[in-house]
Design a protein around this ligand. Structure first.
Ligand SMILES: Cc1cc2nc3c(=O)[nH]c(=O)nc-3n(C[C@H](O)[C@H](O)[C@H](O)COP(=O)(O)OP(=O)(O)OC[C@H]3O[C@@H](n4cnc5c(N)ncnc54)[C@H](O)[C@@H]3O)c2cc1C
Length: 217
């Protein structure tokens, strides 16, 4: 049985018209309980219109940051995502279960490897945590991200990803795809077999990709 802890919201940031990030205040005595591996998720529980609601959200912060941050994308007709995007305020409380999940990445400072990830929409959340962890903690490794969205406007973490690329240069390669917009340097369409072939068999054919992470909405 998941054990929940009542945590207050420390910050809310609007990422796109349909997505917010929220972070929590973690009391000192719960810091250990809320330590996590990159890629893990938390379960949020609250009562909406008299109904108890529980939903899972991947942590997008890196374990080293000490932050517990999730991104919630509003889905049409969605109970919790609509409530989070439109009603939650800083200082409100939610019941939060400790991080869990096996979609993880564990850094090894001495490793020299290439990790590739294919993400679409809100699937970027655990991948961002994993990418930041590799970039910060494995100085000889490279991360290749293929990230699909409809347009730049609904691309969650667009600015943060571009800033990471600016910092880490060729250690953090990003290939954007947009299905409803033509953008310079981006591919048009959705992630499909030809996208995977382009990255793995063409651009990176001389590189051994040590692990792949896939995450969709
Ligand atoms: C491990 C994990 C990690 C996740 N990480 C993230 C994340 O990082 N970010 C994120 O945004 N989401 C994430 N999700 C998804 C998230 O848990 C929620 O499922 C999502 O936010 C929708 O919840 P909701 O309450 O808004 O929608 P819900 O109320 O659950 O509705 C979902 C959809 O079902 C439809 N629906 C509801 N009831 C019915 C019905 N009776 N008949 C037909 N259709 C119906 C709704 O219209 C809506 O389109 C993750 C899920 C998992 C399992």
């Amino acid at each position: 049985m998941a054990q929940f802890h009542t945590l207050s919201i420390k910050n809310i940031h609007r990422e796109t018209a349909q997505c917010i990030t929220l972070s929590f205040n973690i009391p000192e005595q719960l810091k250990q309980t809320f330590s996590f591996k990159a890629g893990q998720y938390i379960t949020l529980k609250t009562t909406i219109n008299g109904e108890s609601i529980r939903r899972d959200y991947s942590l997008c912060s890196s374990p080293k940051s000490g932050d517990i941050t999730v991104a919630v994308k509003e889905v049409e007709g969605g109970t919790f995502s609509k409530y989070a995007n439109n009603s939650l305020k800083i200082g409100d409380t939610l019941d939060v279960a400790e991080p869990k999940g096996r979609f993880t990445f564990e850094p090894l400072a001495t490793a020299t490897r290439t990790i590739a990830a294919f993400a679409a929409g809100s699937g970027i959340t655990p991948v961002l945590s994993i990418a930041k962890t590799l970039l910060e903690e494995e100085p000889n490794s490279t991360f290749v991200l293929v990230y699909g969205n409809k347009t730049t406007q609904d691309t969650i973490f667009l600015n943060e990803l571009l800033a990471l690329h600016h910092t880490y240069k060729e250690r953090f390669v990003i290939q954007f795809l947009f299905s409803q917009a033509q953008e310079p340097d981006a591919l048009f369409g959705r992630i499909e077999k030809s996208t995977v072939n382009l990255i793995v068999k063409n651009r990176y054919k001389h590189v051994i990709i040590d692990a792949f992470y896939l995450c969709g909405p």
